[in-house]
Design a protein around this ligand. Sequence first.
Ligand code: NAD
Ligand code: GLY
Length: 351
Amino acid sequence: METVRVSASREYDVFIGTGFLGDVGEKIKEIKKPCRAVIVSDDTVYGIYGEKVKKSLEKSGFAPFEFVFPHGEESKSLKVFEEILNFCVGKSITRTDLIVALGGGVTGDLAGFAASAYLRGVDFVQIPTTLLAMVDSSVGGKTAVNLSSGKNLCGAFYQPLAVYADCETLETLPGEVFSEGCAEVIKYGMITDGGFLRFLENNSIAENIQKVVKRCVELKRDVVDRDEFEHGERKLLNFGHTIGHAVEKCSNLSVPHGDAVAIGMVIASKGAYRTGLSPEDFSELLLPLLMKNGLPVSCEYTAKQLYAAALSDKKRSLDSISLIVPEKYGRCKIENIPVSKLENFIERGLE
Ligand code: NAD
Ligand code: GLY
């Protein structure tokens, strides 16, 4: 088992290993006295791993309850958020109890936000079961639900007590969901680590899973430790996301997050080169890497549609928008552009 220590407003460990889910109760007991524990999970993940986690918690002296919701991005809503809070009230969960997020990024974001709000904050741990959640959403404390007006528009920064990433759980992940996580893996290389990008070009992510997860968590940890609340550097982690969220919104969430990020990274790289913000067209290097990992690199929406959707993005201040663009292969920078120039940027990125 490998450990990466995060030093944000709360210090915690991210444990990365293979085949320890059945002992996760004992691991949690190392940092939290046995208490009532609400396992929040979607129906698919709970169906595969729920009983294992529940039994492990029971064996270690916890009193677990499960809140299971329908899988999918639609559940990352205020409605399900409120259902979790009411469930906690119904089970007499107190401020010294625990929420356990078991699942992908949807579960982690939803359960984490509920933990931040219930009784003004209860402890929670993350047990990510998708590649995307292991390398990105379970680490760094961003929690949120979607509003009808846009993605992640309501949430909180709220760090977990610990993260337990058991790579064995990825064996049951459908291939296309694994690929989505690969988009976030590639994103880290594009932002900060050219050497890692070269490694990804020459090696398979699946065959090197523990090493890849650990490297991504370290890269994210380094950014979060320096800028937990996204005043500056953390914005780099949004590479591909501004346009990616617009793609998700235009598709009514039928294009999943990781696919949308892949498309967003391509449009941002091309757009940046063609509008003079990047010295080279890095999409030429990015494209084969995304395709090798089963990711889409284009979408059917027009610049006008994507622009309209991007305008509701929370990373927009009144008249400018922060775009993340590559300045070399393995390094990105933040460019604030006037909102009036965004449609042209997207249009050039779609050419
Ligand atoms: P997800 O949680 O919906 O999981 C994808 C699908 O895989 C679901 O149908 C789920 O039931 C299934 N699944 C999960 N684990 C499984 C397993 N081990 N075996 C079989 N099936 C499994 O989606 P996701 O891609 O993990 O996360 C996407 C979400 O994460 C988006 O809402 C995005 O906004 C959010 N996100 C948050 C952050 C952050 O920093 N908080 C970062 C990136 C993405
Ligand atoms: N996934 C972006 C962030 O955590 O900041």
